[in-house]
Write a protein that binds this ligand. Structure first.
Ligand SMILES: Nc1ncnc2c1ncn2[C@@H]1O[C@H](COP(=O)(O)OP(=O)(O)OP(=O)(O)O)[C@@H](O)[C@H]1O
Ligand SMILES: [Mg+2]
Ligand SMILES: [Zn+2]
Length: 252
């Protein structure tokens, strides 16, 4: 049985409603509709669907996250007048992805801005798959929305083992977005330090370098790390793994 679509009580289905001074403006039902289609187009993974700025805790035991949340709210407020991106850096489970998803949800709901979410590993895998003849999507078809989306979240930057191909691909993505003046929000576990061997520290063995911990420079290359500094404001997030906090709370 077909159910008749509900007719909006505000605009009677026209999509326009009257405002002061006998002006007409877009009705809320259309704005809501736009937000819903933008949300679908943003491709936020199911596991992060619950993430919003409003449920990101930053008080009491989470007070150390207040600065990061403030940076997120300021970003949303000032976009697009200031379209500098964000680079969220922090250890595992500190809430980087939650904050990034919260930001784009707020942008698309309150400002109607098209956004796109991509996990770095997933993106590189899709590009690599496109070289396979049996896969329908071409490399450009995978990359076009990544190049063009007004705001892109690139989650877990550096999480793929660096090879020449990985470096070339990440520079193509970041440089294209930089040249087109697009906004990119990035999360990473790797500290924002220079590549360890960029100044010829080749006497360090691989194992020694690993023991000192890899840096963002090691993972994406020093040139791209420096490019990111032009594209993004750095937000450092410190604290415990939120997932463990949740788990121990549920045992209490
Ligand atoms: N401040 C917070 N308030 C409420 N929930 C939070 C907060 N921080 C993290 N979480 C929740 O904890 C879980 C882990 O957070 P999230 O995935 O954002 O961490 P992450 O820093 O991206 O970790 P990873 O480095 O593993 O990617 C998620 O379910 C998230 O919703
Ligand atoms: Mg994450
Ligand atoms: Zn309406």
């Amino acid at each position: 049985m077909k159910v008749a679509a509900e007719v909006c009580g505000l605009c009677g289905g026209s999509g326009w409603k009257s405002a002061e001074k006998s002006r007409v403006v877009r009705c809320d039902c259309r704005l809501k509709h736009r937000a819903e289609s933008l949300l679908t187009a943003a491709r936020i993974p199911k596991r992060y669907e619950h993430c919003e700025l409003s449920n990101f805790e930053f008080e009491g035991p989470h007070a150390h996250l207040m600065k990061a949340r403030m940076a997120a709210c300021k970003f949303v407020e000032e976009y697009p007048v200031d379209n500098t991106g964000l680079l969220l850096i922090g250890s595992i489970g500190v809430g980087k992805t939650h904050l990034a998803v919260g930001i784009i949800k707020e942008l698309l709901v309150s400002k109607g801005i098209p956004c796109l979410f991509y996990d770095y590993r997933e993106l590189l895998k899709q590009i690599q798959n496109s070289y396979n003849d049996s896969v329908k999507a071409t490399e450009l078809e995978v990359l076009r929305p990544v190049f063009e989306s007004e705001v892109l979240v690139l989650d877990e930057l550096g999480a793929v083992k660096p090879t020449e191909w990985v470096w070339d691909t990440v520079s193509l993505i970041l440089n294209t977005r930089y040249n087109n003046n697009r906004t990119t929000i990035i999360t990473t576990n790797y500290p924002d330090d220079a590549a360890r061997d960029s100044n010829g520290n080749s006497e360090f063995s691989r194992a020694q370098r690993a023991a000192r911990g890899e840096t963002l420079g090691d993972r994406i290359g020093e040139r791209m790390r420096s490019r990111l500094h032009e594209m993004c404001r750095i937000v450092k997030m410190e604290g415990a793994d939120f997932r463990q906090t949740l788990r121990s709370a549920s045992f209490r």
